[in-house]
Write a protein that binds this ligand. Structure first.
Ligand code: F6P
Length: 472
């Protein structure tokens, strides 16, 4: 069983026809990209929220997957999802790029909603089931679920960074979060540095003793040992590679280049519209390269896909305004009739269109200020079957640990970012191929099946798992 704040699909109702059966649309984010193929292969149950306020849906099936829909009221969406998850934890865990907000009523809602998820999981999990809880929205679920169902094996994976202790310590509820997480048998993180940050938080915030990757936790049956380790998440590389071989996708990639005026160089950014992604830094660097004549429009074009995200959270609204003003300024300064230096698309696209965009690009720009992994970087690499194309990649992404063939960059250093973009634009075909080949090897070897298998194998072998009988 997977438990995640979101289901892999969002429920979309027709406001003009409330009697019409809902449609189901793929939900955004890296978590779904990673877990969907794993759950399809395992035929496991997925417990999550369908993305809009409404009652619990219970068990149902959509898109061929067994799902259990947890309900959130309008107040839960405001206090739990938009509040504690996305205006407290999200900025805190991403190194306070914007100031996190601490509100006691948001915390209360986080506890209530986490309990609801734990209850849904406890109700639906088979005897001795393996339950895999995911991400920062549900950090109390492992502890709550363990109290309800001592028979199940509990894994937790954090898809976003775990911050250094000096930052984590700001959280008024730091002790409760650590205790909740330590209900799991195994805790997985993206990078080794996230794991060491977490181990330190266990010692400092909760007074736990750690030995290597093991944390000692008092338990009614004695002492449990919980393991924390890095498992870098990935994608279904072969599926992306296949998609990028399809005739219609290749034709669409050619069509995209024609539609934007057959430029010499296509730069591409693909992100949720989120302040962690460094979209403003990227636009600033591109704009200065145009100002300085190092890149020229219409020879160079930037396509920026910014998929809508968390649109009612204030910082996201502010970011959208800033990005759109900047895009407007660049196009005003450098555009001509019939040529546009930035094609900005505030939309979400199906996977086929994404693959076509990856193929249409020459240089992929991933300039996150902080990012757990960044699966877009891996998707781009997986699609480049002909080994062309270059990747500019922020060193503050989890992907930077693995994709050493990328042009690594500190996105805060605008001069460095500009120089790195130019190196990626002007790389010789042989150099680009050498780098792409090494990245492709890595992405195809360490794919999502490898990630899931290593996490689940480690969970199976996790130390001192106590069997206490089924209590539901
Ligand atoms: O991958 C990180 C993540 O926050 C997921 O947990 C989440 O589902 C996704 O990004 C998209 O965010 P949201 O669910 O808030 O739209």
């Amino acid at each position: 069983m997977v438990v995640a704040s979101r289901l892999p699909v969002d429920r979309v109702d027709d406001p003009d026809d409330p009697d019409r059966a809902p449609e189901w649309r793929r939900s955004p984010g890296g978590l779904v990209t990673a877990l969907e193929p794993v759950m399809r292969a395992a035929n496991g149950v997925w417990v999550g929220w369908p993305g809009s306020a409404g009652p619990a849906l219970g068990p149902f099936e959509a898109d061929g997957m067994p799902l259990v829909g947890v309900g959130l009221s309008e107040a839960d969406v405001a206090d739990f999802y938009e509040g504690f998850c996305n205006a407290t934890l999200w900025p805190l865990y991403h190194d306070v790029i914007v100031p996190p907000m601490f509100h006691r009523e948001w915390w209360e809602s986080y506890v209530t909603v986490n309990r609801r998820f734990a209850e849904a999981a406890a109700e639906q999990a088979a005897a001795d089931a393996t339950v895999w809880v995911n991400d920062y929205q549900l950090q109390l679920v492992p502890g709550m679920l363990r109290a309800m169902r001592g028979d199940v094996r509990i894994g937790f994976f954090n898809h976003i960074p775990f911050p250094g202790y000096e930052i984590f310590a700001q959280l008024p509820w730091r002790r409760q979060i650590i205790d909740g997480l330590l209900g799991a048998d195994l805790l997985g993180f993206q990078r080794h540095s996230d794991t060491t940050n977490f181990l330190r938080a266990c010692r400092r915030a909760a007074g736990r003793t750690t030995r290597g990757s093991l944390i000692r936790v008092p338990d009614p049956a004695g002492v449990r040992e919980v393991r924390a380790a890095a498992f870098p998440v990935s994608i279904d590389a072969a599926a992306f590679g296949e998609l990028a071989r399809r005739g219609d996708v290749l034709a669409r990639a050619r069509e995209i280049r024609e539609a934007i005026g057959k430029p010499d160089v296509v730069l591409l950014g693909v992100d949720r519209l989120d302040y962690t992604k460094g979209i403003r830094h990227r636009l600033e660097a591109y704009s200065e390269l145009l100002d300085e004549g190092r890149l020229q429009s219409p020879g160079a074009v930037l396509i920026q896909v910014a998929s809508p995200s968390r649109e009612r959270v204030e910082q996201y609204r502010l970011l959208r305004d800033e990005v759109e003003v900047t895009v407007g300024r660049i196009n005003g300064d450098h555009g001509e009739l019939g040529s546009t230096p930035v094609h900005y698309l505030h939309q979400s696209y199906p996977r086929e269109e994404m693959a076509a965009l990856y193929l249409a690009a020459d240089v992929m720009l991933v300039t996150s200020l902080r990012d757990g992994m960044n699966l877009v970087a891996k998707e781009f690499v997986a699609c480049r079957n002909d080994e062309t194309g270059t990747l500019v990649l922020s060193e503050f992404t989890g992907a930077a640990d693995e994709l050493v063939g990328a042009y690594l960059v500190n996105p805060h250093d605008i001069e460095g970012l500009k120089d790195t973009i130019m190196r990626a634009v002007t790389a010789s075909p042989a150099e680009a191929r050498r780098r792409m080949r090494s990245m492709r090897r890595r992405v195809y070897e360490n794919d999502v099946a490898h990630w899931a298998a290593s996490f689940l194998d480690a969970l199976k072998g996790s130390p001192h798992h106590q069997r206490q009988g089924v209590s539901s």
